[in-house]
Design a protein around this ligand. Structure first.
Ligand code: HEM
Length: 425
């Protein structure tokens, strides 16, 4: 197991500790005094596991090679929460996330080494598991800055990035309010689902009384590569997904399309990014009755190799002017990759980092399945440009967007500070 090189900035606040035990038993844990240790103990796990740094210029979980599992949660602040509560929550989340990502429990006392008279500080289901490449990424929704009725609850309305707006309505949207919005978000990605779930569970427990989960999503099977070291995975339509994605090994494109640059907006966002989630239901049954040739035409790529229909191999650039024997476009006018390609979006690109989901089935026995689309971009305008272009997408016959959210992702924290500190400076 890799030894952690990082230190967390401080212990959990009293409120954070109260969250761990629940309001009823609060006195016990605080009195027990075993939970506010700052140092990091031995990691939980044994054996080899990837450990990503938590602190740094940018938050992890963006250009980090996409892990295999996701637990994503959007939170709303409690109606009684103050600015101090919000700052304290971000400090507590930073402390806990710095530990969890290094393979530690939430506190030194953890699941079994605290007071026997108090509920354990850590829920325990990740005991013995390695860090599993866990990354925890935090974001701020538009309503954190100004509520829908214009209230500036936390004194940060003037710090709101001008482009951090609820996404516009797109053609074909069938959004369910229960799958969208949120004051805050946490994206937990790991190669072990139990590790990702453990992170969200414990962070929401710490938030007790200050923020609560509004909606959440489990994802399995990454649908993107964010590094050239990764094999391109497949989505639930059986196609390779992520071939033309932005990759970490292309720093010029990452700088140009993913990270907020100095002067783009408020200074506190420099080095951050914007995160969009779209919960997209895939009409699996209709797709599965569609001929292979039609499926390939819809995407504009072959199903086996993932090569553009204009020819070549998976990573050959598509030739959108290529014609067939009858003079037809080899990549159709409504093919997904033609409409999503930067040549059609005014140069806008996205770093896609989505996951498959299956949330059981509907009353007709059809799988409630699809793509939990996640993208990171320097400006929300990039997503809007691509999604608007997809209004003509042949894929629309087989998909339905049911959830939508946007968050400003602040830059990474330094070891002596917390995520989002610049917003309150
Ligand atoms: C369930 C819905 C979707 C499916 C099944 C899907 C599938 C695919 C597939 C198979 C590819 C080709 C391989 C690749 O380059 O990654 C692709 C490319 C792409 N998709 Fe999607 N996609 C979906 C939704 C979206 C949405 C909502 C967006 C953005 C608004 C989007 C943006 C892109 C982009 C930017 C590319 C790369 C285009 C290029 O430069 O060649 N996709 N998608």
């Amino acid at each position: 197991m890799t030894e952690p090189e990082e230190t967390a900035p401080r212990g959990l606040s009293r409120r954070g500790l109260l969250g761990l035990v629940g309001a009823g038993a609060a006195g016990l844990a605080v009195g027990g005094g075993a939970v506010a240790a700052v140092g990091l103990s031995q990691p939980n796990g044994v054996g080899v596991s990837t450990v990503y740094p938590f602190f740094g210029e940018h938050q992890a979980g963006i250009t980090t090679p996409a892990q295999d599992r996701l637990h994503f949660a959007a939170f709303d602040m409690a109606s009684t929460a103050t600015r101090d509560d919000l700052v304290e929550l971000l400090r507590d989340w930073t402390y806990a996330a710095a530990r969890l990502t290094q393979g530690h429990e939430v506190t030194e006392g953890g699941a079994v080494d605290g007071s026997p008279l108090a509920p354990p500080d850590d829920t325990g289901e990740a005991l013995g598991l390695p860090a599993s490449g866990l990354t925890i990424t935090f974001g701020f929704g538009p309503t954190l800055f100004t509520t829908d009725d214009g209230t500036d609850r936390f004194g940060i309305a003037d710090r709101r990035p001008a482009l951090l707006e609820k996404l516009p309505r797109f053609s074909g949207d069938a959004l369910r309010p229960e799958s969208g919005g949120g004051d805050l978000c946490i994206q937990a990605c790991a190669d072990d689902p139990q590790v990702a779930v453990h992170a969200i569970r414990n962070l929401s427990r710490i938030a007790f009384g200050r923020a609560s989960i509004r909606w959440s999503q489990l994802g399995f099977g990454r649908t993107s590569s964010t590094s050239t070291s990764q094999v391109t995975p497949r989505n639930l339509f059986g196609f390779k997904d992520g071939t033309a994605n932005i990759k970490a090994e292309d720093p010029a494109t990452v700088a140009d399309q993913v990270w907020v640059a100095k002067g783009d907006g408020p200074a506190w966002m420099t080095g951050g990014s914007y995160l969009v989630t779209r919960k997209i239901r895939m009409i699996i049954e209709a797709w599965d009755r569609t001929q292979l040739q039609e499926q390939e035409n819809v995407i504009g790529r072959s199903k086996g190799e993932g090569a553009p229909l204009s020819g070549g191999k998976e990573f050959t650039e598509p030739d959108f002017s290529a014609k067939g024997a009858a003079g037809q476009d080899l990549i159709g006018a409504d093919a997904h990759v033609r409409l999503a390609h930067p040549t059609a979006t005014g140069g806008a690109q996205l770093l896609r980092r989505g996951y498959n989901f299956v949330d059981g089935n509907d009353e007709l026995g059809r799988l409630d399945a699809g793509l939990f689309f996640i993208s990171f971009q320097r400006s929300p305008e990039q997503f809007v440009a691509v999604q608007k272009n997809l209004a003509r997408d042949a894929l629309n016959e087989y998909i339905k967007h049911v959830g939508s959210a946007i968050f400003a992702v602040p830059p990474g924290a330094t070891t002596d500070s917390y995520v989002g500190a610049g917003l309150f400076a």
